[in-house]
Write a protein that binds this ligand. Structure first.
Ligand SMILES: Cc1cc2nc3c(=O)[nH]c(=O)nc-3n(C[C@H](O)[C@H](O)[C@H](O)COP(=O)(O)O)c2cc1C
Length: 179
Protein backbone atom coordinates (compact mmCIF):
# COMPACT_ATOMS: atom_id res chain seq x y z
CA UNK A 1 0.00 0.00 0.00
CA UNK A 2 1.43 3.37 -1.03
CA UNK A 3 1.22 6.21 1.49
CA UNK A 4 2.26 9.74 0.57
CA UNK A 5 3.06 11.91 3.60
CA UNK A 6 3.13 15.63 2.84
CA UNK A 7 4.81 18.07 5.21
CA UNK A 8 3.42 21.60 5.19
CA UNK A 9 6.85 22.85 6.26
CA UNK A 10 9.82 22.88 3.86
CA UNK A 11 12.08 23.86 6.78
CA UNK A 12 15.10 21.54 6.97
CA UNK A 13 14.64 20.78 10.69
CA UNK A 14 10.82 20.85 10.59
CA UNK A 15 9.00 19.14 13.45
CA UNK A 16 6.17 18.22 11.09
CA UNK A 17 8.57 16.52 8.67
CA UNK A 18 10.33 14.84 11.62
CA UNK A 19 7.00 13.50 12.84
CA UNK A 20 6.21 12.09 9.39
CA UNK A 21 9.66 10.48 9.25
CA UNK A 22 9.07 8.96 12.70
CA UNK A 23 5.78 7.52 11.46
CA UNK A 24 7.53 6.19 8.35
CA UNK A 25 10.07 4.35 10.52
CA UNK A 26 7.18 2.64 12.32
CA UNK A 27 5.08 1.81 9.26
CA UNK A 28 4.11 -1.86 9.05
CA UNK A 29 5.47 -4.23 6.45
CA UNK A 30 3.56 -3.72 3.24
CA UNK A 31 3.37 0.04 3.63
CA UNK A 32 5.39 1.92 1.02
CA UNK A 33 5.71 5.26 2.85
CA UNK A 34 7.12 8.34 1.11
CA UNK A 35 7.67 11.69 2.87
CA UNK A 36 7.41 14.78 0.63
CA UNK A 37 8.81 17.95 2.22
CA UNK A 38 9.44 20.12 -0.83
CA UNK A 39 6.24 22.10 -1.28
CA UNK A 40 8.53 25.11 -1.79
CA UNK A 41 9.58 23.69 -5.18
CA UNK A 42 6.05 23.75 -6.62
CA UNK A 43 5.04 26.71 -8.82
CA UNK A 44 2.23 29.01 -7.78
CA UNK A 45 -1.05 27.73 -9.18
CA UNK A 46 -2.70 29.46 -12.10
CA UNK A 47 -5.50 27.95 -14.23
CA UNK A 48 -3.35 29.01 -17.23
CA UNK A 49 -0.80 26.34 -16.24
CA UNK A 50 -3.24 23.43 -16.25
CA UNK A 51 -3.18 20.83 -19.06
CA UNK A 52 -0.24 20.83 -21.47
CA UNK A 53 1.27 23.94 -19.91
CA UNK A 54 1.75 22.23 -16.54
CA UNK A 55 5.37 22.48 -15.30
CA UNK A 56 7.19 19.14 -15.06
CA UNK A 57 7.78 19.42 -11.31
CA UNK A 58 4.04 19.79 -10.77
CA UNK A 59 3.20 16.88 -13.05
CA UNK A 60 5.59 14.71 -11.02
CA UNK A 61 3.93 15.73 -7.75
CA UNK A 62 0.44 15.05 -9.12
CA UNK A 63 1.63 11.61 -10.34
CA UNK A 64 2.77 10.85 -6.78
CA UNK A 65 -0.67 11.85 -5.50
CA UNK A 66 -2.36 9.71 -8.16
CA UNK A 67 -0.27 6.64 -7.26
CA UNK A 68 -0.83 6.97 -3.50
CA UNK A 69 -3.50 4.83 -1.85
CA UNK A 70 -3.70 7.38 0.94
CA UNK A 71 -2.28 10.76 1.92
CA UNK A 72 -1.12 11.89 5.36
CA UNK A 73 -0.61 15.62 5.95
CA UNK A 74 1.28 17.31 8.78
CA UNK A 75 1.50 21.08 8.73
CA UNK A 76 2.38 24.05 10.91
CA UNK A 77 0.19 27.13 11.21
CA UNK A 78 1.45 30.32 9.56
CA UNK A 79 -0.27 33.53 10.70
CA UNK A 80 -3.29 31.57 11.95
CA UNK A 81 -3.78 29.91 8.55
CA UNK A 82 -2.67 27.09 6.22
CA UNK A 83 0.92 27.80 5.00
CA UNK A 84 0.88 29.12 1.43
CA UNK A 85 2.91 26.20 0.05
CA UNK A 86 0.42 23.60 1.27
CA UNK A 87 -2.64 25.58 0.18
CA UNK A 88 -0.98 26.11 -3.22
CA UNK A 89 -0.47 22.35 -3.67
CA UNK A 90 -4.14 21.74 -2.82
CA UNK A 91 -5.23 24.52 -5.20
CA UNK A 92 -3.49 22.61 -8.03
CA UNK A 93 -5.62 19.55 -7.22
CA UNK A 94 -9.02 21.10 -7.03
CA UNK A 95 -10.13 20.96 -10.66
CA UNK A 96 -8.58 17.50 -11.14
CA UNK A 97 -9.74 13.98 -10.37
CA UNK A 98 -6.73 12.56 -8.44
CA UNK A 99 -7.62 13.80 -4.99
CA UNK A 100 -11.42 13.45 -5.07
CA UNK A 101 -11.62 9.82 -3.94
CA UNK A 102 -8.35 9.85 -2.01
CA UNK A 103 -8.33 8.86 1.67
CA UNK A 104 -6.58 11.65 3.62
CA UNK A 105 -5.67 11.84 7.31
CA UNK A 106 -4.04 14.57 9.40
CA UNK A 107 -1.28 14.35 11.94
CA UNK A 108 0.06 17.36 13.81
CA UNK A 109 3.34 18.16 15.55
CA UNK A 110 2.11 20.86 17.93
CA UNK A 111 -0.36 21.47 20.74
CA UNK A 112 -1.18 24.83 19.05
CA UNK A 113 -2.36 25.88 15.57
CA UNK A 114 -6.07 25.17 15.93
CA UNK A 115 -7.12 27.96 13.56
CA UNK A 116 -5.06 26.34 10.80
CA UNK A 117 -6.52 22.92 11.62
CA UNK A 118 -10.10 24.21 11.38
CA UNK A 119 -9.34 25.75 7.99
CA UNK A 120 -7.41 22.74 6.67
CA UNK A 121 -10.19 20.36 7.72
CA UNK A 122 -12.72 22.49 5.82
CA UNK A 123 -10.49 22.49 2.72
CA UNK A 124 -9.89 18.72 2.87
CA UNK A 125 -13.60 17.97 3.39
CA UNK A 126 -14.20 20.05 0.28
CA UNK A 127 -11.64 18.37 -1.99
CA UNK A 128 -11.88 14.72 -0.88
CA UNK A 129 -14.82 12.42 -0.32
CA UNK A 130 -12.65 10.36 2.02
CA UNK A 131 -11.06 12.79 4.44
CA UNK A 132 -10.73 10.76 7.66
CA UNK A 133 -11.46 13.53 10.10
CA UNK A 134 -11.94 11.24 13.09
CA UNK A 135 -8.47 9.66 12.72
CA UNK A 136 -6.14 12.40 13.98
CA UNK A 137 -2.75 12.02 15.64
CA UNK A 138 -1.37 14.97 17.58
CA UNK A 139 2.01 15.00 19.33
CA UNK A 140 3.34 18.21 20.94
CA UNK A 141 6.83 18.60 19.42
CA UNK A 142 7.13 22.34 18.86
CA UNK A 143 10.71 23.66 19.02
CA UNK A 144 12.31 20.21 18.99
CA UNK A 145 15.07 19.06 16.64
CA UNK A 146 14.45 15.95 14.49
CA UNK A 147 16.67 13.97 16.92
CA UNK A 148 14.62 15.20 19.90
CA UNK A 149 11.39 14.34 18.07
CA UNK A 150 12.59 10.76 17.65
CA UNK A 151 13.69 10.62 21.31
CA UNK A 152 10.31 11.89 22.58
CA UNK A 153 8.50 9.27 20.53
CA UNK A 154 10.79 6.45 21.67
CA UNK A 155 10.42 7.28 25.35
CA UNK A 156 6.67 7.66 25.48
CA UNK A 157 3.45 5.97 24.65
CA UNK A 158 3.38 7.73 21.29
CA UNK A 159 4.64 4.65 19.46
CA UNK A 160 1.38 2.94 20.38
CA UNK A 161 -0.58 5.98 19.17
CA UNK A 162 1.34 5.97 15.87
CA UNK A 163 0.69 2.25 15.32
CA UNK A 164 -3.01 2.70 16.02
CA UNK A 165 -3.24 5.75 13.76
CA UNK A 166 -1.58 3.89 10.88
CA UNK A 167 -3.49 0.65 11.39
CA UNK A 168 -6.82 2.51 11.44
CA UNK A 169 -5.91 4.55 8.35
CA UNK A 170 -4.72 1.52 6.37
CA UNK A 171 -7.81 -0.48 7.35
CA UNK A 172 -10.03 2.37 6.19
CA UNK A 173 -8.14 2.56 2.87
CA UNK A 174 -8.73 -1.18 2.35
CA UNK A 175 -12.44 -0.75 3.16
CA UNK A 176 -12.78 2.08 0.66
CA UNK A 177 -10.99 0.00 -2.01
CA UNK A 178 -13.45 -2.87 -1.49
CA UNK A 179 -16.47 -0.63 -2.16
C1 LIG B 1 5.79 32.67 9.13
C2 LIG B 1 5.39 31.95 10.39
C3 LIG B 1 4.14 32.19 10.93
C4 LIG B 1 3.74 31.52 12.08
N1 LIG B 1 2.48 31.73 12.57
C5 LIG B 1 2.06 31.04 13.65
C6 LIG B 1 0.72 31.20 14.16
O1 LIG B 1 -0.06 31.95 13.62
N2 LIG B 1 0.36 30.48 15.24
C7 LIG B 1 1.22 29.61 15.86
O2 LIG B 1 0.82 28.95 16.84
N3 LIG B 1 2.47 29.44 15.41
C8 LIG B 1 2.89 30.12 14.33
N4 LIG B 1 4.16 29.93 13.85
C9 LIG B 1 5.02 28.96 14.51
C10 LIG B 1 5.00 27.61 13.77
O3 LIG B 1 3.71 27.14 13.54
C11 LIG B 1 5.76 26.60 14.62
O4 LIG B 1 7.06 27.07 14.82
C12 LIG B 1 5.79 25.23 14.00
O5 LIG B 1 6.25 24.32 14.95
C13 LIG B 1 6.72 25.19 12.80
O6 LIG B 1 6.57 23.93 12.19
P1 LIG B 1 7.84 23.16 11.60
O7 LIG B 1 8.73 22.81 12.78
O8 LIG B 1 7.26 21.93 10.97
O9 LIG B 1 8.51 24.06 10.61
C14 LIG B 1 4.60 30.59 12.71
C15 LIG B 1 5.87 30.37 12.15
C16 LIG B 1 6.25 31.03 11.00
C17 LIG B 1 7.62 30.75 10.40
Amino acid sequence: MKLLAISGSPRQASTNTALLNAIKRRAPLGADFFVFNQLNTLPVFSPDLEGDAMPQVMRKFIDQVALADGIIISSPEYIRAIPGGLKNAIDWMVSRYEVVGKPIALVHASHRDDDMLVSLRLVLRTVSEHFQEDNFLRIPLIGKTPEEVEAVIQTSNYEVDISKFLADFMARIEEIKQK
